[in-house]
Design a protein around this ligand. Structure first.
Ligand code: ZN
Length: 406
């Protein structure tokens, strides 16, 4: 008998997200799972549960709803203060996003509001976002800094992420994004020097990943290469904001450095996509940001042809995607880009987990994985993106315990 301290049963369809020849979602009809100390210890047919598992703990009855792994969001910016609702209103009236990135507007405005807030306020704001992630089915996020943009305030953003992970049950994988933009009023060279000589070495113990925005409003290809090359030599794993607003070298740099992810990629060329696939990089696409900026469709066919894994992310941020909902991002990727429900399900689970080096732990359900799963009011996992902009998540289980809002 297998001993467990948590079990879930009566899932009409339980998607393991471990592809089988007969089913890309590796589903079990009328499935059940059992967990102990936060990890799955048994998964199988509901009728076998009682014969194989001794339960000393909570039992969750999915009551015929479907169950999939907790969603994994591979691109978020959750540490910020202030609102840019007025910029959203301008954009719907025709102002371009990049036209809002000058002077004290756009990202610079969020940097000011974030610096003007104390740690307690920033932690409360980020924890509220963490709770919305969990309520919408996400159990693991990659979380970037990038609105502090100096040694003191970037350190504070990393501290906020640490506190949010401790206070909520969301799994938070921190990324240092000091190379978001050059902060207003600071000499470019001096900022790059501080980034490479002070911030990168100081933050290595706290941040798993280092990211940079390689694009005209932010950093040139040469600057991105210098920052991320230094980060790699210090032992960071690399992510790159690449080719979102215009063609550029971002995807090439991601491939050269063996980045875990290249993100956005609306303007990536077929050659760049092939290079990313060869480098083992994951394409992290951000449908909600693409939607609000009315960006072009990313080259999905070229990605499929190159067998480049595609992750789907919320890109939660105050400028282009004020949304913690991965199911909404999945719906948008289907409707706007023609991705299939199976592709977006894999994109919000296993491919996202792969980009975070959490293969086999998050984004799938099997013995040994995190006992993170969601019970969804949908007739099948494939039906999840069919429900647009409404939350159909009934329960979120994190580490073998049902999540209750704080
Ligand atoms: Zn981003």
């Amino acid at each position: 008998m297998i001993r467990a301290d948590f079990a879930l049963r009566h899932a009409s369809q339980l998607a393991t997200m471990l592809p089988r020849e007969d089913d890309p979602l590796g589903r079990i009809n009328d499935g059940a799972l059992a967990a102990r100390e936060g990890r799955v210890v048994w998964i199988g047919d509901d009728r076998d549960l009682e014969a194989q598992v001794t339960l000393d703990g909570d039992l969750l009855d999915a009551a015929g709803a479907c169950v999939i792994p907790g969603l994994v969001d591979a691109h978020t910016h959750p540490v910020f203060a202030g609102s840019r609702a007025d910029e959203f209103a301008e954009r719907v009236s025709g102002v371009a996003y990049h036209a809002q990135q000058s002077g004290e507007r756009g990202i610079a405005r969020t940097v000011r509001a974030t610096r003007d807030s104390d740690v307690v306020t920033l932690t409360e704001l980020a924890a509220a976002r963490a709770n919305r992630f969990i309520a919408n089915g996400t159990t693991t996020i990659e979380a970037k800094t990038g609105y502090g943009l100096d040694l003191e305030h970037e350190a504070r953003s990393l501290e906020v992420l640490r506190q949010v992970a401790e206070q909520t049950r969301l799994r938070v994988i921190p990324t240092f994004l000091g190379a978001h933009v050059v902060p207003a009023g600071v000499d470019r060279r001096a900022y790059l020097r501080s980034l490479m000589d002070e911030m990168l070495p100081a933050f290595k113990p706290w941040a798993v990943f280092c990211d940079a925005w390689c694009e005209a409003p932010a950093f040139t290809a040469a600057e991105t290469r210098a920052v991320l090359g230094r980060a790699k030599s210090l032992g960071y794993e690399i992510r790159v904001h690449a080719a979102q607003l215009a063609p550029g070298e971002g995807p090439d740099i991601a491939a050269e450095l063996g980045a875990r992810s290249a993100d956005h990629l609306e303007f990536a060329t077929p050659a760049q996509i092939k290079a990313l696939a060869k480098a083992g990089t994951v394409a992290v696409l951000c449908p909600s940001a693409n939607f609000t900026t009315r960006g072009p469709r990313p080259p999905i066919e070229a990605m499929r042809e190159a067998k480049l894994p595609i992750a789907i992310a919320s890109d939660l941020n105050p400028g282009t995607s004020n949304s913690e909902s991965l199911p909404l991002a999945m719906s948008l990727a289907c409707v706007q880009w023609g991705m299939t429900p199976v592709e977006v399900l894999a994109g919000a689970t296993m491919h996202a987990a792969h980009s975070l080096k959490l293969d086999g732990l998050a984004g799938c359900l099997r013995p040994g994985s995190f006992a993170d799963c969601i019970v969804v009011d949908a007739e099948s996992p494939e039906a999840i993106p069919y429900y647009v902009g409404v939350n159909r998540v009934l329960q979120t289980v994190v580490g073998g315990a049902v999540w209750q809002p704080l």
